[in-house]
Design a binder for this molecule. Structure first.
Ligand code: ZN
Length: 333
């Protein structure tokens, strides 16, 4: 939320999935004569490398430029939804006789927004089609994409325009939700009357989860589950002489006091910095990390040489009185 407060809400929403036919995998499987599905360690490492590459590409603004050729092949391979609907009612996306993702979409000449603010992307009726599972598929089945990204990464990359603040909720849900789980047993059925059936409550309680090989490897390699950029710095604050101090159980109180009494906190350090640096005086505490860096060793703020960071005030409950009002003040003063 601190990032949104600074930059505004997101514009794009991108999803990428691993492609088992990537040339890196094909070279390996040909040489080792083993399916890539049996080597989740390799697929995880390759996906991780591609993900890092993608993020740096996005930061450097390589994409979202003019179109290139050869696109048709990649697109028909990775970005076609279904077929579903009347063409293939057995498709997994079908719920109650309808596609749960609302495909096929309508042909439209121009991108617009529906009454709920969701985009209706341009889908031109150009008479272009591709045969998939013996059915002709046209523009109405294409999942939103970016041509250059698709060409470079050769994988399913869904890119959506998002202009609503509630997508933030969706992002947080993604990061924080547990993996999907199911409790199931395989057992024999034999005919016993209902009353004599033994109910094993312990067995019923088993709270199991299934970790796929890919997810297991991802965690064994200790790759990030989520990643945030630019960095957000949490800024603490306190009333006079109410700062937090760290001490050992065996420490003598007087020593703790003497050791801490002249030490600056990140907050009092900010006040000292405002005495020294004229440039920072127009900034609020939250804006300060954008122009200044806090060195925790020397406990002082210094003018920033490179990079960027967003500040976020730590929480204060409304019932905390003076501290709460101080937080309000820090947001403007
Ligand atoms: Zn569908």
């Amino acid at each position: 939320m601190a990032i949104c407060k600074h930059f505004g809400y997101p514009d794009l929403f991108l999803t990428i999935t691993c492609n088992p036919n990537w040339p890196e995998f094909q070279r390996f499987t040909e040489r080792e004569r083993i399916s890539i599905a049996d080597r989740p360690d390799i697929s995880c490492r390759v996906f991780h490398a591609k993900l890092k590459c993608l993020l740096s590409d996005l930061k450097e603004g390589v994409f979202f430029g003019p179109l290139s050729a050869a696109l048709y092949n990649v697109l028909t391979k990775y970005m076609i939804h279904g077929p579903c609907g009347r063409l293939r009612p057995s498709s997994p996306c079908m719920k109650d006789g309808k596609c749960s993702k609302f495909y096929p979409k309508r042909f439209v000449d121009q991108t617009s927004f529906d009454e709920d603010g969701y985009p209706i992307y341009r889908r031109r009726n150009m008479g272009v089609a591709v045969k998939i599972n013996d059915v002709d598929i046209d523009n109405r089945f294409v999942v939103p994409y970016n041509p250059l990204l698709l060409m470079k990464y050769q994988a399913h990359i869904n890119l959506e325009f998002c202009n609503k603040s509630n997508v933030i909720k969706y992002l947080f849900k993604y990061i924080n939700k547990d993996p999907d789980r199911v409790t199931a047993t395989v057992g024999e059925t034999y005919h016993v009357s209902e009353s004599s059936q033994v109910v094993d409550e312990i067995k019923q309680y088993y709270d199991c989860r299934y970790l796929s090989p890919s997810e297991s490897m991802w965690r064994i390699f200790a790759y990030d589950i989520h990643h945030r950029w630019p960095s957000v710095q949490r800024l603490t604050f306190h009333l006079p002489n109410q700062q937090h101090v760290v001490f050992d159980d065996a420490d003598i109180t007087t020593h703790v006091y003497l050791r801490n009494k002249d030490l600056l906190t990140i907050f009092t350090g900010w006040m000292i910095a405002n005495r020294r640096f004229l440039d920072g005086r127009s900034l609020t505490y939250v804006e300060y990390p954008g122009k200044f860096v806090y060195c925790s060793n020397s406990r002082e703020w210094k003018p920033r040489q490179r990079g960027f960071s967003i500040g976020r005030l730590s929480f204060a409950h409304p019932s905390s009185g003076e501290l709460f009002y101080m937080r309000m003040l820090l947001n403007v003063q």
